[in-house]
Design a protein around this ligand. Sequence first.
Ligand code: 13P
Length: 253
Amino acid sequence: MNDRKPLIAGNWKMFKTCSEAIATAKQLAHLIRKNQAVDVMIAPPFIALEKVSEAIKDSHLSLGGQNLFWQSEGAYTGEISANMLTSVGCEYVIIGHSERRQYFGESDATVNRKIRAAVDHHLKPILCIGESEKERESKDTFSVLDKQMKTGLKGFSLDDLTSLIIAYEPVWAIGTGKTATADQAQEVHRFLRSMLATSYGNTLANSIRILYGGSVKPDNISELMAMADVDGALVGGASLDPETFSNIVHFEK
Ligand code: 13P
């Protein structure tokens, strides 16, 4: 047993207009109203954040951004800053998602700057890491994750990282219907926690939540959550439908 509170987070990616996001958030808030044992976060598209924030203000649903830029303000067309996210009620921010790395050129170095901005603005960063199918096949999983973690977290002190959350999302399992088995997830999560223990000590390592992401569904969440080092999930497709996502939040213990 550990005292890490599970976190089930929904990454809505580029889905839902503002009105669709409000309706989904309201339904979800209602469906999960009795479950205080799990933290639940949704990350709608930027344009819906403010209205969704109003819609869920009396619920225990939290809000997150899907990305940020590290500058506070300036001539950075198309970007959103950490203080803009907090100003509309965000508590979390997803950083370095594999889709951002793959399609928008994000690197471990830019991820590092983004985490700095999140920490400085009291946003809880959800650092996404994960290996590709090719890297897993060539047995490079651990070295890839080691580099993503070490570069992503370079220069941070123990205090900086108290609100850090890690999401292990193997790229080959995202949106493919192929989930890592619970044992595969546990093997990686244990490795990540031991890396954190080596760099920052056991107290911090034992308090950081490590989420699994990649084709999480109502029928595989319980198995994943039964693993000692799996503290929650970052859910894509299955977070878009309130009933399905609520079934994930209500996983069987
Ligand atoms: P899926 O749950 O659709 O596989 O997406 C996972 C993900 O990328 C969450 O950030």
